[in-house]
Design a protein around this ligand. Structure first.
Ligand code: BG6
Length: 450
């Protein structure tokens, strides 16, 4: 079978930083495909390779990497694309074309039209299969997401559409399900009888940098909250699926999302970008702090506090599950700390369970200590990157790591109030936690897990 990944956005940041390294590893691990990168930034392959590909790239990867100058605005753009594809598939009996759209959502409609055109005119004496991969955010809002989906469904079957949220390819996400559903002791404490609150913190040190053009149209809500954060919440709070099949997991995820009301408590801000991004001012939210809850029988009443965004002092990604502390009352000792589960994604993948044990040389004084799992120490440092997992599943035709349209639509419904209020932004100095994030914690009487 001859497989070709047609990379729309082939000269973009995502292709360069994440997709090309993932392709290179997969080729090195026995997968077989050709990449046809499309872009406008370079006239020819030589310039493209020089600027876009690491100097250490393997010969094998380079031999599979093709480039085509492609201007989507040109009405004749599909002609050379079709011709190049015909050259690449000449003599093949079985062909699979994988269209990978790493594009601004505003370009989807045009790209899909062009794909349909190529598809309808491609000359090939072969059996032809196709897939389309669409990066997040899927649309700008609920309405546009449905519109894009309708357009996609005119050209592809739903089973051929892969909607990417690379967080589902991350080891920590998959581990959340294993932690919850393969451990009796965790199952029995993982609900509102034992959990007091949950925090999700995703602070990044970088700004919007070279992605300014893309990010300006997106902002933090579309960039991470509608997708990565919502997916994390489903994994943290869904009921046990009947099996770990994609269909059964999707059923449980949708139940979680449907039980989250549109977010009403939130604040957004943008960093003071003078001096950063070569003087360009970012006019879109780059940080948000919010509270929501999952109104299912087992999770209702647990506040979930979220903060996420750019240009922070420290890169920190973690989930903190704080347990109720009845012991303090029962033992008449205010010094007894609560138990917690801390899942740290950055800087290192670790899971800590915080418990109280005796401080030596005291009379019945306890101290919180942590029982730690460290992914790299236990399983080695070479966990595949999320994108490698994602691309591997696409090649294998396995949809277990991809959100369904239903999940995406529910997520847009949940974040809609945040999108409507995007203009009300505070400005925060770079490398500081925006004041509204501290205010949120004070209003609700909790401390961020810093
Ligand atoms: C991407 C966002 O989806 O996720 C970026 O577009 C963000 O803005 C990134 O920095 C975070 O992903 P990771 O894999 O680095 O945690």
């Amino acid at each position: 079978m001859k497989r070709i990944i047609i990379q729309f956005g082939g000269t973009g940041d995502l292709a360069q930083k994440k997709l090309f390294p993932a392709y290179e590893h997969l080729l090195g691990n026995g997968f077989d495909f050709t990449i046809l990168a499309l872009g406008r930034r370079f006239k020819d392959r030589e310039q493209f390779v020089k600027s876009m590909v690491s100097k250490d790239a393997s010969e094998q990867f380079l031999s599979r990497l093709e480039y085509l100058y492609y201007d989507m605005g040109d009405p004749e753009a599909t002609v050379p694309l079709q011709r190049r594809l015909e050259e690449l598939i000449a003599d093949a009996d079985e062909v699979e074309l994988i269209y990978y759209m790493a594009l601004q959502p505003s370009l989807y409609e045009e790209a899909i039209k062009q794909i349909q055109h190529v598809d309808a005119h491609l000359g090939c004496q072969c059996s032809l299969a196709k897939k389309i991969v669409v990066e997040k955010p899927f649309g700008f809002d609920l309405e546009s997401a449905h519109r894009y989906n309708d357009i996609l469904l005119k050209a592809f079957d739903d089973r051929e559409i892969y909607r990417v949220d690379h967080y589902l390819g991350k080891e920590f996400m998959q581990n959340l399900l294993i932690l919850r559903f393969h451990n009796d002791i965790i199952r029995s404490i993982w609900d509102n009888r034992s959990i007091e609150s949950i925090q999700i913190i995703f602070d990044e040190t970088h700004g919007v940098d070279q992605r300014l053009g893309f990010y300006e149209q997106i902002g933090v809500v579309r960039d991470t909250i509608q997708n990565h954060i919502m997916q994390i919440i489903t994994y943290l709070t869904m009921n046990e699926p009947a099996t770990l099949s994609p269909e059964d997991i999707a059923i449980e995820k949708v139940k979680v999302l449907r039980s989250i009301a549109p977010i009403s408590e939130f604040h957004t801000g943008r960093y003071e970008s003078l001096g950063a991004n070569s003087g360009h001012v970012v006019h879109t939210p780059t940080y948000a702090a919010l509270k929501l809850s999952v109104n299912t029988y087992y999770f209702a009443g647990i506040p979930i506090y979220i903060r996420t965004g750019k240009m922070q002092k420290e890169a920190k990604s973690l989930i903190y599950v704080k347990f109720r502390n009845k012991t303090r009352e029962v033992m008449h000792d205010e010094a007894i700390a609560e138990n917690g589960v801390i899942i740290t994604i950055h800087p290192e993948l670790t899971i800590d369970i915080s418990m109280n044990l005796k401080q030596p040389d005291t009379s019945w004084k306890s101290k919180p200590v942590r029982f730690r799992f460290n992914q790299a120490e236990t399983f080695g440092a070479n966990t595949p990157e999320a994108y490698e997992q994602i691309v591997k599943k696409i090649l294998q035709g396995d949809k277990s790591l991809f959100p369904t349209m239903r999940e995406i639509a529910e997520s847009w419904r949940i974040v809609a109030p945040m999108l409507e209020n995007e203009r009300h932004m505070e400005v925060y100095p770079v490398r500081t936690l925006p004041k509204f994030a501290t205010d949120l914690s004070q209003e609700h009487g909790f401390d961020w897990f810093d």
